[in-house]
Design a protein around this ligand. Structure first.
Ligand SMILES: [Fe+2]
Length: 200
């Protein structure tokens, strides 16, 4: 659901931010809390050099709503398909380790609000029903977790005008540019503006 100022079902607050009543409707959000926050750092390695695929770093800054102020101590959970488009080779440790596959991990922002996931570029599902994407979930200290818009790659398969117009814009747009770095790695920058909460 696109929750703009004029959208039905959205409660408008202050200078333009809106509360999504369905913010916590989320499959897989329990995975955000699988790791203790104290064990996490701002850089999370999802894929080692043995993982097939193009090297990709997804990074950005998390900020508080309607502000450029960095948000510290926010857990981000990411998971995505492998280069073949499959959620493969997960462990049996938890429901989400099994369902989300091996390429998943957690980062926790520092005082500067920044995070990075070191991984590979995911492939689209083999049935080509969606763009290649990285799922992102947010866990703010003391708050229920929620998902934000998937990271997808501008110019890539499935990132069409229709896709663009249908974005929920949770956390801001998830459409990112890929930039090739001198060492051959792809860099994707996705800055995240935290959502307002329907609960006090
Ligand atoms: Fe997916």
């Amino acid at each position: 659901m696109l929750c703009g100022l004029a959208a039905a079902g959205c409660r408008v607050l202050g200078s333009g931010g809106a509360v999504r009543p369905d913010l916590y409707n989320c499959e897989g959000c329990a995975a955000v809390l699988e790791q203790p926050a104290s064990a996490l750092s701002s850089v999370s390695i999802l894929a080692g050099p043995e993982e097939p695929g193009e090297r990709l770093v997804l990074s950005g800054q998390v900020t508080v709503p309607d502000s450029a102020q960095p948000a510290e101590g926010v857990i981000l959970y990411a998971h995505h398909t492998n280069a073949a488009g499959l959620y493969a080779n997960g462990s049996q440790a938890t429901e989400w380790s099994r369902r989300h596959g091996r390429l998943r991990g957690w980062a926790r922002t520092g005082a500067d609000g920044r995070y990075s996931f070191v991984t590979i570029r995911p492939g689209p599902y083999p049935d080509r029903t969606a763009p290649a994407h990285i799922h992102l979930f947010v866990g703010e200290p003391g708050r229920r977790p929620y998902y934000i818009d998937d990271v997808v790659f501008d110019g890539g398969f499935g990132v069409t005008a229709a896709y663009r117009s249908a974005q929920e814009l949770r956390g801001g747009s998830g459409i990112v540019q890929l930039r090739r770095q001198p060492d051959g790695t792809l860099l994707a920058v996705r800055n995240i503006s935290l959502e307002r909460h329907p609960e006090p």
